[in-house]
Design a protein around this ligand. Structure first.
Ligand SMILES: [Zn+2]
Length: 257
C-alpha cells in the first residue's frame, strides 16, 4: 500500500527533533509522500530545509488563524512560495473561533483569510483551509469569492451544510483521525456523502491520533489505521481508497512523481 499524508506538521516542535524517525516509520508501513505545512513565519525556514532534505516531502506556507500577524508579512510569504519549487499550496489558513481569545481576533482572521485567498488566485496555488466554529463566516467568504479559488478543507468537523457547499464549489475534503473515535458518528455519516473523487487522506499529526493509537502523539505512519477505517466505513477495499485518494492528491496539489 502506498499512501500520501496530505496534511501533517513535520516542523511542529514535538516532531522536528525526531523527524527522521517519524518519516522512516511512515515509509516502512507504506506512507510514501507527505504534504507538511506551517501556519506562521517561525516554521517557514524549517519547511524549506525539510523539502530540500527529503524528496518525498512537499510543503505549504500560510498564516494559521491561531498565529495571526501583520498584512505586510504576506509579501514575504509570497516571495518564499515563488522561490520554493516544492511549495504546493498556501496553508494552513482559515478561521477558528473555538476559544474566546480567538473570537477577539475575528476581524483580523477574516482579513488574513481574504488576503490569502486573493494571493492564491493571483499565483494560482490551492489553499489548505482549517475551519472551526466559524461556519457562517466561512460561508460568507465562499459567497464573496465563489469558485475563483481551489481549496482542501482539512480535518473537516463542521456541519453537513458547509460540507455540501465545499462539494458544490468543487473543493476537496479530508477527515482527521478523530473520525475513528466512538463519539464521531456524525463525521462517519458525513464522509459517506463525499464522492471518492473529492476525498483526500490526512493525519494532521501530531494531533488527533486515530484508534487504536488514540492518546499517543500522532504521526504519518498512523495514516494506515485511518485509511483502513475509512475504507471499511465506505465499504470499499483499502486499495481502491488509496488509489483514488492518491490520484486526487497528486492532481490537486500538482505533486511531481
Ligand atoms: Zn493542520
Amino acid at each position: 500500500m502506498k499512501l500520501i499524508d496530505s496534511h501533517c506538521h513535520l516542523v511542529d516542535e514535538k516532531v522536528a527533533p525526531i523527524v527522521d524517525e517519524v518519516i522512516g516509520r511512515a515509509e516502512r508501513v507504506g506512507v510514501e509522500k507527505f504534504i507538511t505545512m506551517a501556519g506562521g513565519r517561525a516554521g517557514w525556514s524549517k519547511l524549506i530545509d525539510l523539502a530540500q532534505e527529503y524528496p518525498e516531502v512537499f510543503v505549504a506556507f500560510g498564516w494559521h488563524p491561531e498565529d495571526i500577524t501583520k498584512e505586510e508579512d504576506l509579501i514575504d510569504m509570497e516571495g518564499l512560495i515563488i522561490k520554493t519549487p516544492k511549495c504546493v499550496a498556501i496553508g494552513e489558513v482559515g478561521l477558528d473561533f473555538f476559544y474566546d481569545r480567538e473570537k477577539e481576533t475575528k476581524e483580523v482572521q477574516l482579513l488574513m483569510l481574504s488576503k490569502q485567498i486573493e494571493l492564491a488566485i493571483k499565483i494560482n496555488k490551492p489553499l489548505v483551509i482549517h475551519v472551526r466554529n466559524a461556519e457562517e463566516e466561512m460561508l460568507s467568504i465562499m459567497d464573496k469569492y465563489k469558485s475563483s479559488f481551489r481549496a482542501h478543507f482539512h480535518c473537516f468537523g463542521e456541519s453537513q451544510k458547509l460540507l455540501d457547499r465545499v462539494l458544490s464549489d468543487n473543493h476537496m475534503v479530508s477527515f482527521g483521525g478523530n473520525i475513528t473515535f466512538k463519539s464521531a458518528q456524525i463525521l462517519r455519516e458525513m464522509i459517506k456523502t463525499v464522492p471518492l473523487s473529492r476525498l483526500l487522506l490526512e493525519t494532521d499529526s501530531p494531533y488527533l491520533s486515530p484508534e487504536p493509537k488514540r492518546g499517543t502523539q500522532n504521526e504519518p505512519a498512523n495514516l494506515v489505521h485511518t485509511a483502513h477505517f475509512i475504507a471499511r466505513e465506505l465499504k470499499i477495499e483499502v486499495e481502491e481508497l488509496t488509489l483514488e485518494t492518491n490520484k486526487n492528491t497528486i492532481c490537486f496539489f500538482g505533486l511531481e512523481n
